[in-house]
Design a protein around this ligand. Structure first.
Ligand SMILES: Cc1ncc(COP(=O)(O)O)c(C=O)c1O
Length: 372
């Protein structure tokens, strides 16, 4: 076996979901996946594309028509680009894999602010590179200059930003982003922006992909999964300088050849579908969950997007994994330990669940913490 692969760890999120499923009657707030079905026009477009016979290989970069549609979507959003800047990928997972594997040589360093989605570490390790963790808990989940400077070395190749964040739902401030921009320019490294939750935020999110002067070092990683409830379709994209996209395409050609052709056709329809209604439902659920946590006396970093909240459980005198195991066994509820995201003392709750599920689950959490 490749030693880098032997160094990879399994996903804690899936482990806790599996534990919950194996426990009779257990509810879960573990899954970071929309509970909505993919909107009907998108499903109809896939069926029509299949019926039309769009079942042959697509170009390695993606179909011209989807890449053009994505470039228009990004340009309208404020990241001016053309189809030469776009690579259609297998979800954000594929985008992250291609970008990080494409950028990192063995021994290179990749800065990962934590708490973080565990995939960044996995891919970095698989590439034989070194994850360097920047702990944001100490700085109210924002980036401070001295802390980021301490992570930088001559081997630093990239930093991964995820705002709104999984697991906290927090958004990086203008000040945090200005620090990243300044140090990336001074020390010459790439900024990989994982913006998969950008469309699911309460208001405008500060965003380095909109900054013209950073265009040569910013790589956007985006997904159809979360905003359009299309997790099972496995569709996403990278937007980056054309020279990088050309090289990333060689890698993607070796990894997957290309993304399924009829799905790309349906993705063009998705870009036309307004996700505001689904985003409004998540907002309403968030208010409910936060209100319940407030009443339980649990504190949390204030979420402004995504569909997660990250309550602090440190006062119960257990580590997050111990807390989550007891929560399943004694409270009949599964959550994901903060340790899965590199951050002790917290648990992640997802609110991709119906009102009834949320109420029952939060009743269980409340009874459990009262029992402690
Ligand atoms: C922050 C973040 N990035 C990327 C992904 C991967 O998304 P997908 O591969 O479904 O597009 C996820 C999924 O949970 C995520 O939370």
């Amino acid at each position: 076996m490749n030693q880098n692969i032997l160094n990879m760890k399994p996903s804690g999120i899936r482990r806790f979901t599996a534990l919950a499923k194996a426990t009779p009657g257990c509810r879960m707030l573990t899954i970071g996946e929309p509970d909505f079905d993919t909107p009907e026009p998108i499903r109809a477009a896939a069926a029509a594309a299949m019926a039309q016979g769009l079942t042959h290989y697509a170009p390695n970069k993606g179909t011209d028509s989807l890449r053009k549609a994505i470039a228009e979507y990004e340009t309208k959003r404020g990241m001016a680009c053309t189809m030469d800047n776009i690579l259609v990928t297998v979800g954000a997972t594929g985008a992250l894999n291609t970008a990080l594997t494409g950028l990192l040589n063995p021994g290179d360093e990749c800065i990962i602010p934590i708490p973080a989605f565990p995939l960044y570490e996995s891919i970095t390790v698989a590439a034989g590179a070194v994850p360097v963790f920047l702990d944001l808990k100490k700085s109210n989940f924002q980036i401070e200059k001295t802390a980021l400077e301490a992570c930088i070395s001559e081997k630093t190749r990239a930093i991964v930003l995820n705002s709104p964040n999984n697991p906290t739902g927090c958004v990086l401030s203008d000040e945090s982003l200005a620090i990243v921009a300044q140090l990336a320019q001074e020390h010459d490294f790439y900024i990989l922006c994982d913006n998969v939750y950008a469309a699911l935020s309460s208001g405008p999110v500060p965003d380095l992909t909109l900054r013209e002067e950073l265009r040569e070092r910013v790589i956007l990683c985006q997904s159809f999964s979360k905003p359009w409830a299309m997790t099972g379709w496995r569709l996403g994209w990278l937007a980056a300088p054309g020279t990088l996209i050309d090289k990333f395409t060689l890698l993607q050609a070796a990894q997957i050849a290309s993304v399924p052709t009829f799905l790309q056709k349906a993705a063009e329809t998705a870009l036309q579908v307004d996700v505001a209604k689904m985003a409004a439902v998540y907002r309403k659920r968030r208010e409910y969950v936060l209100d319940r946590l407030d009443k339980m006396g649990l504190t949390y970093p204030k979420p402004q997007g995504a569909f997660y909240v990250f309550p602090d459980i440190s006062r119960f005198g257990m580590d997050s994994e111990g807390f989550c195991i007891r929560l399943i066994e004694e409270g009949g509820l599964a959550a994901v330990p903060g340790s899965c995201f590199g951050c002790e003392g917290h648990i992640r709750l997802s609110y991709c669940y119906s009102d009834e599920e949320l109420k029952e689950s939060l009743d269980r959490l409340e009874r459990f913490i009262c029992s402690l």
